[in-house]
Design a protein around this ligand. Structure first.
Ligand code: FUB
Length: 450
């Protein structure tokens, strides 16, 4: 009995370590770097299989380059709360991967007949049979969160990175990858071997790097989406076809280049509960180094003719925030031209998050999709810092800018939690505006209703 109690305790500790829940807008994951998000709907949840960027160090990876040694999987039922299920595959536990090569690049995962197939690229130790560079392997699990068992050898016939897997309506599976061009081939029923010649997908842009293919089907149209360097850095583009292997026709741009200059972008597109989403990455937590990236999500919409409307990246991202949770208004949907700025709470530790600084009367910030529920909320708490003090107004955008609360910030507030009464409150989902009524500097970490 004593032993069982001990085992139970150890398991509790493991569960605690493995399942970290984060509450997020953009970026979605705030306690580690993540990139190349492959999102999948399995059951009633969205799972994300991203790359896991780490910082290279002496004897650990190549300086100033991508450095990745393992993969984690994350899941969410509401696209707001994300659970980290922990590490699922590690470079040195895959027999074909060159030890300590730190090259576990962009992966993908799919379900077939109750099994989950996780495809990942890396550098093989056997460089005689596999040409110099990357190849692709697969690890198999019976649950999306693992445990995954890597196949002993990589998939024969692949030289390249960024595997993407797609199963058509007739049950035929396809694997796509990149390496200069974008390639595709049929997969056997076992999902671990190619079942056709490798086809170079035609009619894509001839100039500028193309990589990170992601294929999906909607209303009989096959969409091949991919990052492409049309100018100086990658942007997300797409081509369409009536067959999974083409011929494709270039159709447009899904997301423009990063305004902050993050060189790569890499994405996936899913439909979840009747809404389409684009998952992509940026370097929010590492603005000075774009090989330490962070995954994001935004809504994606189609035109009636099936073309994709361009996605404008937001910090607000997707999902609903409960009014009674900490609302991080620095993850805004819109912001006034003057009088407000966003910066890290601690410049040396970006993982601590951001703050909003108001410094001019009339400066405002808009945070969308806050759920006030049905029960009357009585007060709002604002975590705030201000040397000279001032007044903030919190209003609902929809209800003709109804003032929900006015918060008087006292002089010398140093990350104080100031509570003020709610004046008027409508139930349900609302978009909030926070506005400053004076020119003194006021910094906000979060606001929360009770
Ligand atoms: O994450 C490493 C590489 O950067 C990926 O494989 C590319 O798609 C790019 O995002």
């Amino acid at each position: 009995m004593k032993n069982l109690t001990c085992i139970f305790k150890i398991e509790m500790v493991l569960v605690f370590i493995i399942n970290t829940v984060s509450f997020a807008q953009n970026p979605l994951i705030r306690d580690q770097f993540t990139a190349d998000p492959s999102a999948r709907v399995f059951g009633d949840k969205v799972y994300i299989f991203p790359s896991h960027d780490i910082l290279a160090a002496e004897g650990k990876g190549r300086k100033d380059w991508f450095c990745m040694e393992d993969y984690h999987v994350f899941s969410s039922a509401d696209l707001t709360h994300w659970t980290d299920h922990g590490m699922i595959v590690q470079q040195n536990s895959v027999s074909w991967v060159k030890p300590n090569s730190y090259s576990m690049w962009a992966p993908d995962c799919i379900e077939r007949k109750g099994k989950y197939y996780f495809y990942f690229p890396s550098i093989p130790k056997d460089t005689i049979n596999y040409k110099k560079g990357f190849t692709v392997g697969v690890a198999i699990a019976s649950k999306p969160e693992g445990p995954y068992v890597p196949e002993p050898n990589p998939i024969k016939g692949i030289s390249g990175i960024d595997p993407n897997v797609f199963i058509d309506k007739d049950g035929q599976a396809y694997l796509y990858w990149s390496g200069g061009n974008i390639y595709g081939a049929k997969l056997k029923e076992n999902m671990t071997e190619l079942d056709s010649e490798v086809k170079t997908l035609e009619n894509l842009p001839a100039i500028g790097l193309k990589e990170g293919p992601y294929v999906f089907e909607r209303n009989g149209i096959y969409y091949l989406t991919y990052p492409h360097v049309e100018n100086k850095i990658e942007r997300l583009e797409y081509a369409t076809a009536y067959n999974p292997l083409g011929p494709f026709k270039v159709a447009g741009v899904i997301m423009d280049e990063s305004p902050a200059g993050c060189w790569t972008n890499h994405h996936s597109i899913i439909e979840f509960k009747k809404q389409w989403y684009l998952f992509y990455h940026h370097n929010d937590l590492s603005p000075q180094f774009d090989k330490a990236r962070s995954i994001r999500a935004d809504y994606l919409n189609f035109n009636p003719d099936g073309t994709i409307q361009k996605v404008i990246p937001t910090l607000r991202g997707v999902g609903i925030t409960k009014a009674t949770d900490q609302i991080q208004i620095d993850r805004y949907f819109e912001i006034s031209d003057k009088g407000v700025s966003i910066s890290f709470l601690e410049s040396q530790n970006s993982f601590k998050g951001w703050k909003t600084s108001f410094n001019q009367s009339g400066g405002w910030i808009q945070y969308n999709n806050v759920d006030f529920g049905q029960k009357k909320l009585k007060s709002v708490t604002v975590k705030v810092s201000s040397e000279k003090g001032g007044v903030l107004q919190i209003a609902s955008k929809e209800k003709k800018q109804t003032i929900i609360a006015e918060v008087t910030v006292s002089k010398g507030s140093n990350w104080a939690e100031i509570k003020s009464p709610v004046l008027t409150m409508e139930s349900g989902i609302q978009n909030l505006i926070v506005l400053s009524k004076g020119d003194n500097q006021i910094e906000i970490d979060w606001i929360k209703f009770e």
